[in-house]
Design a binder for this molecule. Structure first.
Ligand code: PGA
Length: 249
């Protein structure tokens, strides 16, 4: 059975002291047993968060990593470095990485390979811009992002893949896809995975929705058949709203 996951993508927010305040509060919470909970703090806070959460049922994810295992790449972080501080999951292909840092599908495919070689789980983000949706080319675009970035992996590798569908027009804008729009796209994603791999693989992969998920819309979005949870930005920065979302299943 596929996992239900709620992952908090903190982006470039929360310094060490703010992270500590969040963690102290988070550790007081009781978590539902059927939901995998993750947070993705900045690189500088991952080791602290790992040590702090060791006895707790909260996993850690990095927000990015480099495609090479080591070398002269000033300012970059490798899979090995992440694993050495207790991180086993990495978010790849977030729309901010694609748009602001020019990460294209070729780079993302390399990053996926490196993460898988290092036995990490990948949360692979895909999503269309508003223009694509207005033109009606959003399904084509999503198919392209999946084919170019992910569809080279082996059948077995799918055990370590989570997909996050995040329409770019809904990220940080307060505008969410309607539950119907989310379901329609998640179903489509599952169908093309089935076409390219198998129904069993498609049925097993968790597909998260991201883009302005808040406590007041999470229940409806998570209630859709093909939505297995969320990748949460702004609303994951406060324990109260993050917990309300976690408890929305
Ligand atoms: P948001 O961000 O929840 O603030 O819209 C989601 C994301 O970028 O992962």
């Amino acid at each position: 059975m596929r996992k239900k996951i709620v992952a908090g993508n903190w982006k470039m927010n929360n310094d060490l002291a703010e992270t500590e305040v969040f963690l102290v509060e988070l550790k007081k919470q009781v978590f539902p047993e059927n939901v995998v909970i993750m947070i993705a703090p900045s690189f500088t806070n991952l080791n602290h968060a790992f040590k702090s959460l060791r006895e707790h049922n909260v996993e850690l994810a990095a927000q990015n990593m480099h495609q090479n295992n080591e070398g002269a790449f000033t300012g970059e972080i490798s899979a090995k470095m992440l694993k050495s501080v207790g991180v086993k999951t990495v978010i790849l292909g977030h729309s901010e990485r694609r748009a602001i840092f020019h990460e294209d599908s070729a780079i993302l495919a390399e990053k996926v390979n490196t993460a898988l070689e290092n036995e990490m789980t990948v949360i692979f983000c895909i999503g269309e811009e508003l223009e694509d949706r207005k033109k009606g080319s959003h399904f084509e675009l999503i198919k392209k992002q999946l084919s170019e970035g992910l569809f080279h992996i082996s059948d077995d590798a799918w055990d370590n893949i989570v997909i996050a569908y995040e329409p770019v027009w809904a990220i940080g804008t307060g505008e969410t896809a309607s539950p119907e729009q989310a379901q329609e796209m998640h179903k489509f994603i599952r169908e093309i995975i089935a076409e390219n791999y198998s129904k069993a693989i498609a049925d097993n992969v968790s597909i998260l929705y991201g883009g302005s998920v808040k406590p007041d819309n999470a229940t409806e979005i998570f209630g859709q058949d093909d939505v297995d949870g969320g990748l949460i930005g702004g609303a994951s920065l406060k324990v109260d709203s993050f917990m309300k979302i976690i408890n929305s299943f």
